[in-house]
Design a protein around this ligand. Structure first.
Ligand code: HEM
Ligand SMILES: [Cu+2]
Length: 748
């Protein structure tokens, strides 16, 4: 007879990767997939640079050039830098807080697959022969039907909608993981800075990305249902697209920067053998950056004619954000100061990050000054600026992270010798490619031009840049080669090759499925730190021995789940509601702008009293849900079911009211494509109705489970709580929507 299995059987090979819900596997899937997309984005970059190598080149025709730079930018942002960073967060954050996994492992896997499928949808545009060619920010009205008849824009919008859904779910997951799954002793101000920055990024994702989603939904409604949200020739407002896009787009920059800041804040202290300088200030400045980053978006729009007041206000807020960012740079410098510095490859990339990111930061502050922006807008000066931030910054941070955490993920070190080669090729190539772009920009070379005349110096400068791009490509090839080599023959790393002090180094490399067998006591921000002279092995094993003795191994690991996990769904639904609020906020803004903008149907065509009556049914359902929960607390199954089913009936009556109202309007020829008001009206109330519908399904599932005897005696109460909270939100937001759509029409 076979011996009983110690661990539950897990699939191996390909099936393991397809079925995995382990945060470490998912982290690696994110990383591998993004590296593959980096190959595509990199090839696109090389194609751009080949075309621009000499004046009047004809390697790419103008149409192909448009498509290539659009796909390059879109790929690098949505399919490379953001998901690579999410991959590291996925892998490292649960380890750093002593958790077994993310808060919602299956959602985590789902997010990854959404990311992959969204990316594939985007690239199917190539196979279809219609790659998007409207730039990575796809400004309207170029994206509207009359100007983009082919389906490239649709692939762009749908592909990114899918990846964004995954990103939003991952942001939520990270935030909830950090809030609810910290090991005993891991208080907020003992968390590693990378974990802090990942959690803040999670929040920022929820605050920002749904605005893009809403804008893309409206764009698709324009393109497929005949609305004109962003079509100026039919009264729509292309500038609204810009506002919504950059409301997402600027925070996106920090979604790609904050985790990189976190990486640098791990690598620099470890290789300076000093704690990070001013830990609370580093954390606080991360929070400040996140909050400020949603107030600066219109600095991308200084040239569209917003007026002096708006320009000045957004210029000022943009300059303010330099303060917390500068604080971070000073904190890294102060950490280096007087440290015992170890120049590893990870450290080299971190040091280059600091310098290059600071250069991008300086030109960023220059752009915040309106007159400078007017001069340099849409020139290569801008291309230089954001590549210093995203390439010289985020990408270099990613490379630092790769060298730093590769041993944890694989058990083997990358080659330091090859690392030097990668570093110098990369750094020289990077600066050769992008520094001269500042000069070209100031000389007047516009971005997104497929070729240029033979103006003095332009040819040689562009040629040098192209050489730089090939040096970067060479660096990437050496790096990839070294990864394959090190996986088989790299130096075995052991648990803690860098002598670091955060929890991911307390477990084996790679960590076991459960992450930890025991945790060291977490008494400060550096639980694995041992003063010079004390052998690391002893200090750690003593600590582990203690905790294992104190609590018993199993109990210790189990307690992580038992004590902290229970409120994860409530925090999760709160985070989800927050992201929904962003989404509805964007639709509401559109509605307010369009409600009386065009002739034809207006809010006066709505039947307010009728809708008010049906709204009372919805509001009442919040009350009945509350009563049902009270019955449940008393374990009164009948009472619970009565009130709960009453809520379903009330909600359904509201939906019927909405549907009959829609059919009345349609009978009067008031349709989604009639004018701007009707488009905005049907979009906003339609999405709300859809939420009610989803809520009704959730309520029904709960009542079926309750019929079968679930939820009694306090069992899985959290499920009922979560559904109730969501339902209250659906009702609450209707108060706002009803007031703005119906009541506002009465008073004005
Ligand atoms: C690896 C080497 C890279 C090279 C050689 C490169 C090259 C270029 C060039 C020449 C352009 C300007 C195209 C034009 O305006 O006509 C461009 C645009 C752009 N790049 Fe890169 N790039 C690289 C990496 C990256 C990275 C890492 C990111 C970001 C995360 C990035 C994001 C973008 C974006 C957003 C645009 C703007 C696209 C648009 O105008 O719609 N690039 N790149
Ligand atoms: Cu910005």
């Amino acid at each position: 007879m076979p011996a009983p299995a110690v661990e539950p059987l897990r699939p191996t090979g390909l099936l393991r990767w397809v079925t995995t819900v382990d945060h470490k596997d998912i982290g690696i899937l994110y990383l591998l997939t993004s590296v593959a997309f980096f190959g595509l984005g990199g090839i696109e970059a090389l194609l751009i640079r080949i075309q621009l190598a000499v004046p009047r080149n004809t390697f790419l025709d103008p149409g192909a050039y448009n498509a290539i730079f659009t796909m390059h930018g879109t790929t690098m942002i949505f399919l490379v830098v953001m998901p690579i960073l999410l991959g590291f967060s996925n892998y490292i954050v649960p380890l750093q807080i002593g958790a077994r996994d993310m808060a919602f492992p299956r959602l985590n896997a789902f997010s990854y697959w959404l990311f992959l499928f969204g990316g594939l949808v985007l690239y199917f545009a190539f196979l279809n022969g219609t790659p998007p060619d409207t730039g990575w920010f796809s400004y309207a009205p170029l994206t509207e039907q009359p100007f983009s008849l082919e389906s490239g824009v649709d692939y762009w919008a749908v592909g990114l909608l899918i990846t964004s859904a995954g990103t939003i779910a991952t942001g939520l997951n990270l935030l909830v993981t950090v809030v609810t799954l910290r090991a005993p002793g891991m208080s907020w101000f003992r968390m590693p800075v990378f974990t802090w920055m990942s959690a803040i990024t999670g929040w920022l994702i929820l605050a920002a990305i749904p605005a893009l989603t809403a804008a893309q939904v409206m764009l698709l409604i324009d393109r497929f249902l005949g609305a004109h949200f962003f079509d100026a020739s039919r009264g729509g407002d292309p500038v609204l697209w810009q506002h919504l896009f950059w409301y997402f787009g600027h925070p996106e920059v920090y979604i790609m920067a904050l985790p990189a800041f976190g990486i640098i804040s791990e690598v620099v202290p470890v290789f300076s053998r000093k704690p990070i300088f001013g830990y609370p200030v580093v954390v606080g400045s991360g929070l400040a950056i996140a909050f400020l980053s949603v107030t600066v978006w219109a600095h991308h729009m200084f040239t569209v004619g917003m007026g002096d007041v708006a320009n000045a206000a957004f210029g000022l807020s943009s300059m303010t954000i330099a303060v917390p960012t500068g604080i971070k740079v000073f904190s890294w410098l102060a950490t280096l100061w007087g440290g015992r510095i170890h120049i590893t490859t990870a450290m080299l990339f971190a040091l280059a990050f600091i310098i290059q990111f600071a250069m991008g930061g300086v030109t960023g502050v220059m752009f915040a000054s309106v007159p400078i922006d007017w001069q340099t807008h849409d020139t290569y000066f801008l291309v230089a600026h954001f590549h210093y931030v995203l390439g010289g910054g985020s990408l270099f941070g990613i490379l630092a992270a790769a060298y730093y955490w590769f041993p944890k993920m694989t058990g083997r070190l990358l080659s330091e010798a090859a690392g030097r080669v990668v570093f110098w090729l990369m750094t020289i190539g990077f600066n050769l490619t992008f520094f001269p772009m500042h000069i070209l920009g100031l000389m007047g070379m516009a971005r997104r031009t497929y070729t240029y005349p033979d103006i003095q110096w332009w040819g040689p400068i562009n040629f040098a840049e192209t050489i730089g791009a090939f040096l970067i490509a060479a660096a990437v090839l050496v790096f990839i080669w070294d990864i394959f080599r090190s996986l088989r023959t790299g130096v075995v790393a052991g648990d803690n090759p860098w002598n670091a002090w955060t929890l991911e180094w307390a477990t084996t490399s790679p960590p076991p499925a459960m992450n930890f067998v025991t945790l060291p006591p977490i008494l400060n921000a550096r639980p694995l730190y041992h003063p010079p002279g004390v052998a690391p092995g002893r200090a750690i094993s003593r600590a582990v021995g203690q905790s294992a003795e104190m609590t018993g191994v199993e109990e210790m690991v189990g307690s992580v789940d038992r004590t902290r996990n229970w409120h994860a769904p409530v925090v999760g639904i709160a985070a989800f509601i927050f992201s929904e609020a962003t989404f509805f906020g964007a639709l509401i803004v559109a509605f307010l702008e369009y409600r009386t903008r065009s002739p034809g149907p207006s809010p006066h065509d709505l039947d307010v009293p009728r809708t008010l009556i049906f709204s009372f049914f919805l509001f009442a359902s919040s009350g009945t849900v509350y009563l049902a929960e009270r019955r449940l607390a008393r374990d009164d199954r009948r009472g619970f079911l009565q009130w709960w089913i009453a809520s379903i009936v009330l909600g359904a009556i509201f939906l019927v009211g909405q549907l009959t109202e829609y059919s009345r309007l349609y009978a009067d020829n008031i349709r989604i494509d009639t004018n701007l008001f009707t488009s905005a009206f049907f979009t906003l109330t339609g999405f709300h109705g859809f939420h009610v519908f989803v809520g009704l399904i959730a309520l029904s599932v709960v009542s079926i489970l309750a019929f079968a005897g679930d939820f009694m005696g306090g069992r899985r109460r959290i499920v009922v709580d979560t559904v109730s909270i969501y339902w209250h939100f659906v009702d609450g937001i209707w108060v706002i929507i009803f007031s703005l759509v119906y009541l506002l029409g009465l008073v004005s």
